[in-house]
Each structure stands twice: as structure tokens, then as C-alpha cells.
Ligand binder design. Sequence first.
Ligand code: ADP
Length: 721
Amino acid sequence: MRIGRYFTRQDAPGVRATLGLLVLGCVLPLSLVAAFLIVEFYQRGRQQLIDSTVTQAQAAIAGVDREFDSLQAALQALGTSRQLMTGDLAGFHTRARDALGNLHADSIVLVDPSGKLLLSTRRAYGEPLPRLPGTPLLKRIVATGRGGVSDLFPGPLAGQLIYTVGVPIRRDGAIVMTLNATATPAHLTSLLAEQKLPATWRTAILDSRGKIVARSHEAAKYVGKSATPALLHSLSVRGEGSLEGRALDGLPVYTVYSRSPRTGWTVAFGIPTAELTAGLRHSLGWLIAGTLAALALGLLLAWRVGGGIAHSVRALIPPALAAGSGDMPELPPLAIREARELAQAMRDAAASVRTAQAQSRESEHRLTLAAQAARLGIWVRDQLRHEIWVSDTWRALFGFPPGQTLTMADVLGRIHPEDRPAAEAALVQPRGRYELEFRIHHPDGAERWISSQGQAECDSAGQVTLVRGVSLDITARKQAELDMLQKQKELTHLSRVAMLGELSGTLAHELNQPLTAILSNAQAAQRFLRQPRPDLDELRDILHDIIEADERASAIIRRLRSLIGNQESVLQPVVADELLSDVLHILRADLIHHGVTLHTDLAGGTLRLQADRVQLQQVLINLIINACDAMAATPAAQRQIAIRSRRYGKQWQLDVQDSGPGIPPTQLGRIFEPFFTTKSQGMGLGLAICRSIVQAHQGRLWAENSDGGGACLHLSLPELP
Ligand code: ADP
């Protein structure tokens, strides 16, 4: 039993692989949905964070604005001090220094509209002060008449980066100077700290040009530097928003910013991207871990469960194979209910196979008995494997020893060389069903006739796969057939001789005529010779007449002898109408003797038949003699025979019609039966023999009654192609 090959088939997935796919099919879509939801939640959370950070940025920039507003308010209050109103700048210097303690500023300065520093709390009153290099805030205050805040710039006294908040000081409605409070960025740094943002966030305050005024990280390094180009660009487009990029220190951040419409200053918060996506990565990490764990667990289960199923199924292979041959070995314990059901079904199938095998054996036994009794040799030829199986009877029939492996050449070698081509054509390339008779040379020296019948089986492509059949020794039957043929031949001959016996009277009469002529010519010659001077010319003529008469007699005898002789049947080309003319010649005297008038209408021309000349003559003579016999009681003047030959397609047809009483309708079907006769001296074999001769020539012979009375016998024979 070749079980191994059932385990090695790779063209279909196993149970484990299928269950593994099932696990993948369940877990992966779930994981994908979870991943989608996580990303979705992340996007929403991110957006919420950004939105809240924008709000925080707005609050922070509002805080900066408030800082500036409170500075401006304090400056405006200081600007209304009596010392300043009265032009007591020294007193005002003292007053300003006092006020500085309550302000978020480092110094207070007075600047005239030309940019000249009039007073600075950094310096003692009266010390010389420099002129301010660039004074955009001053110009703006003079131009608008309203206070404002400058951008970051290097202070003219300490050289530090500072910004200043200034308000106009008017005298009689005109701006005569500006009062400014200057501060270092440190003042704003605390504002950033108040936002209580995560320590990792990059936060900054920018002036209206985008220069960093305060920064949460490495302020000393970046204060005074421009913000990133991306942020500057975004600021030029929108006063509030967010963008992704890198902070100045290179940290990837998501920047949220808000700019004050009043001062143009901006607060920007940079949320490290890693922090933003940390939650997502964390969740996705857990999801992947969970998915992998679920997959591992699922696959492990699939492996174990699949292994159990595969084990149960494989355990059924040996029993299944055994069940095919009717056996049912012990089954191992099976863990799966369906496998147990299958095992039960196989048990039932094995029982059915055993029953069928027993029936088949019984039927085979009977068949063998029947084949032996009938001496039938059975053979099966597998065309695909080129194997031949034969029964013992067949071996005995063909004379092959038991155990010899047979080939087609062995079988053909036994067949008689004359029969071999036909047998080879039928046996080597069989088509459907065939029947064949041939002779074989048995090794015991005997020649045997075999009848072989076979049936070919084809596959869906029409290719012959198997031929099976039986062979039977028909030597005895063939011998009987040959004997019968011989008997038939003898009978045919006898009937011909008998038929000629009927003609003998008229033949004698016909022979008499040339013999009489010979006698009278010989007597005349004797008379001439008795004359003294015989006329030699006359004698020559007489001898010539004698020879002619003798040849006529010889021809009559030759024709008779050819009919009487019992030669083998020889088929040869014969011109039909010539053969008919010969017969009429033989019968001419007999017809005259019977007082029959003959009408001939021959139209077959040179049409030829493949025929045995003598046998066909016998048929024609028989038909004409029967016609004469039928008219025995007919008045002599009305005895007529009409013979007509015609070509019908590829057939030569001869009609022999007489003017006798015809054939009674009840006898029309019987006149061809052997021994049917209505004549007192008749044997009833003539027409039976004629029909068998005609059938042997592939022709037809039948009788009808003519409309005008009398019988008409029809003969039809195939033309020689
Ligand atoms: P037989 O001549 O010895 O009787 P046949 O077989 O030749 O045997 O003829 C069988 C019978 O067929 C005849 O006895 C006769 O009754 C009938 N028969 C044959 N030819 C004719 C014919 N031309 N007209 C009428 N009857 C015929």
C-alpha cells in the first residue's frame, strides 16, 4: 500500500495552513480597525491639543499686551507729574527713579522728538547722554500721537538688548517729548513661565519683526535672533495658526502661534512632535504587540487543532485504502466526531466492497465456466501500457504456454499470412466494435479458424485506451461451411447436368444437322472421286463445307462440355450481353423445338460483370427453360418469350417474360424455396440454386406476374467498375 504519496501532495493547503489563514483572517482585520480608530482618536486629540494651545497662545499674547498697557498707563501717570510739567527735570529724574521700583522696567528715559536723550534713570542727572541711533517708536508716537512698544534693539547706554514702551508728552497739545520705560527680555521670560506649559515645549515671544525677545530654552543663545523662516513666512500670511517644522535648536516641533494686532508681537509655542505622537506610538505599539500576541496564540491554537484534525484524517488513509479492497483494519482512536463518522462510512463502504467483490468473483467464476464451456478465449489489451492479458482458454486456443508475456507481434505471428493484413488492421487500430475471422497456425501444426470479436474503449479525447473481446475456435463450423459449399457446388453441377439432360434431345437434333451435312458432303465427294477426272475445285469446296460443319458440331460440343464440367468457381470479367447471346445460341434449337417465339431487346452494350461464366449461364438457361415449361399448355401460336436487358445505374438487369399462365400469387414467395415444384418430373431446385448463385454474385433474383399475363423473372447484377 503506497500511503506515502498521500502525505506529500503539495497542491492544496493543509488543515493547519487553512486554520492559520482563518486566524490571520480574523485577527488582522480587527487589528486594522483598531489601528484606524487609534489614528482617528489621535488625530482628534492632536487637533484638540492644537486648538487649546492656540487659545493659550492667544492668552499669552494678551498677557504681553497687558504688560505693555500697564507700562504705558504707568508712564502716562508719570508724564503728568508736576516736575515734568514745570520743567524740573532733575526732580523728575528722582521721581522716575522712585517710580521704577513699581514698574516691570529697567530704566525710564525722556527723549525729545529729534531722538536726543534728555534724561535716563540709568545715569545720574546731568551726565551727558548720547543721541538715539534709530528711533522708529519715537517717529510712530510723534506720527500717531499714541503710545506704543518698540522692537528689540541694543540699548545705547548699556549695550544690552532691550525694548521700550513709550508715551507722548504734550505741551499745549504738541508732542514735545516721549517718556519711555525700557526693559530687558528677562521681564518677559517670566511671562512665559507663567503659562505653565510642559518643560519640553519650546516657547518664545517675538517682536513685530519676528526677532526672539524671550525664549523658554537657551534664551541667551537665541534672544535677538530671527524666528525660523517657516514661522516668519506663516506670520506674514496669517496672524494666528500652526505649522510643522523644526525649532531653532533643531527639535522637530509643531508650532502654534498668535500675534497681537496692536503691537505686532507674537507668542509661539513649539510642541515637540515626538510628544505629540508619543500617545499614538504608544497606542499603536500596544496594538501591534496585542495583534502579534493574538496572532501567536491563534496560530499556536490553529497548529495544535489543525494537527489534531490532520492526524485524524491521515489516520483514515490506510483504512480508506484498505476499504477500497474490501478490508477494514483496526482504527486508531479518533478525536474528531466527523472523522469517526467518516470511519464508520468507510466501514460500511468496505462491507459493500466485500459484498461486491464476492458477487464479482461469483459472476467471474460463472463467466469463466461459461467461457470454458463455450471454449471462449478472453483477452484484454491495455493500449496505454501496451499489455495484453489473455485467459487460459485463449492461450490454449492460440498455443501459447502459460506465463508467457504476450505482444501484439506474437499474436499476429500466429495468424495465417493471407489473413494477417486484415487482422492487423482490425486488431492494431480498433475502432468501436469489430468482428473478424482468420486462420492461425497452431504450434501443433494444425490450421484453425478463429472468430474474434472485440470492443474498443476510448477516453474523452477519443483515444483508444482498452480493447477487450473474445476469440472462438470456429474450425468445425468453417469446415461444415466448406463442406456445405462443396455440396452446394455438386448440387449445382448435378442440377446443371440434369438441365442439360432436358436439352439433350434438341442438342442431338442440332448436332444432327452438321453431321448430316458432313455425311452428304462426304458422299458427294466419294461420287466426285469415282469420276475419271474429278473436279478438284468442287472437291475442295466440299471439303471446306465438311470442315465448317465439323467446326459447328465441335462448337456445340465445346459449349456443352463447358457446362457439364465441374470446374472451380472462377470470377472473371464477363460482357453481360455476350454471355446472354451464348445462352440463346445454346437454347435456340430447344426453343424452336418447343415452338416458342423469342423476342430479344438487349441494351446492356459492353456492360461487364464480375461473374462465374458457367454459373451465370446456368441461371439464364434455367430461367428460359422454366419459361418454356410454363408455356407447355399454351397454344403453340402464343408461346412467346421476351428477353430484355437494361442498364439501371450501376446495375445490369435482365427480364425474362413469358406468355404462360403466370405464378399464382400464393406461390410467388415460395418458388425460390428448395424442392418447391409444381411439375410432375420437377425437383424444385432450379430457382433455389439460381438465387444462391445470384446472391453469391451480389445480385438479386425475383419474380413477378406481368400485367398482360405470364410470369416475368428479374435478374439484377452489379456492373464491374
Ligand atoms: P422445377 O423446374 O424443378 O419445378 P424450379 O425451382 O426451377 O424447379 O421451379 C420451381 C417452380 O416455380 C416451378 O415448379 C413452377 O411452378 C414455378 N415456375 C418457375 N418458373 C415459372 C414461370 N416462368 N412461370 C410459371 N411458374 C414458374
